[in-house]
Ligand binder design. Sequence first.
Ligand SMILES: [Zn+2]
Length: 291
Amino acid sequence: MNQDVRKLSNEILIALFDKRVELESLNEAEMVDFIREVMHRRLWLEYGATSMFDFMTRAHYHYAPSVAQRKIDAARLLQMFPQVKELILSGEVNLTQLGMLAAGLRQKPMPPKMQKEILESIRGQTIKNTQVILNERLEIEVKTRPKIRVQRDGSVRAEITFTKEQWEVIERAKDILSHSVPNGELTEVLSYCARFTVAKKDSSLPSMEVKPRHCQGVSRTARRYVFQRDKTCCYVHADGRRCDSRYQLQVDHIVSLWRGGRNDVENLQLLCGLHNRYKYEQEIAESAAVS
Ligand SMILES: [Zn+2]
């Protein structure tokens, strides 16, 4: 069935999307099971392939190497632990997590009983948490020695390690600088901070003050008050969760000025850049529908 998604209501669009996601995990789980069986029968040998990986990327199919590797990793884990299929199906683990687990186990082999425990521990976890759990459970060595190399165009390639505390401060700086460095790239955030420090001592560099966008007619005091009161984005999602992002925070009029809203702090709230824009677009759409 081919339908024009542009004509669907929000509710139907998400309901159909849910269905697709469900189908996607069903396909993924079955695909991994096929790969497991083909590997088990060593069928790739009959297709002029040198390995299952070769079968998947060159000899028979043309998957991107990283995609093929993730699927094969998952299939190997499935061969050992039959519950893997169920976990993929229910969405409790995805192939990225299984790939990370397999890569970790290649670095630090473990007896099957412990592998199973680790598999259990990554159920329902985010990618970031999965990495933390794997590093801890597999005792993957913590690297601290920096590697710095000057490249032929004069740029510098650096591999450095931050402590957990240093990293938290950097993440915080990223949030604060989200107006000035919207892409949040680490190199840009760090060089911004460095320039800021240098500019304090060296007047030849242009000033790097952080200038938040000002909301029409809202006093400095009111702005400061709203920032201290709300701290993060106040937008409440359809499922009742608050956004709480610190990205490009802006003071928003709950009832817009052009709809008769006022500049009192009761009518002000913090919104992140995305929700501020989203709310604005919704209002435009509503007013277009009315007129
Ligand atoms: Zn938000």
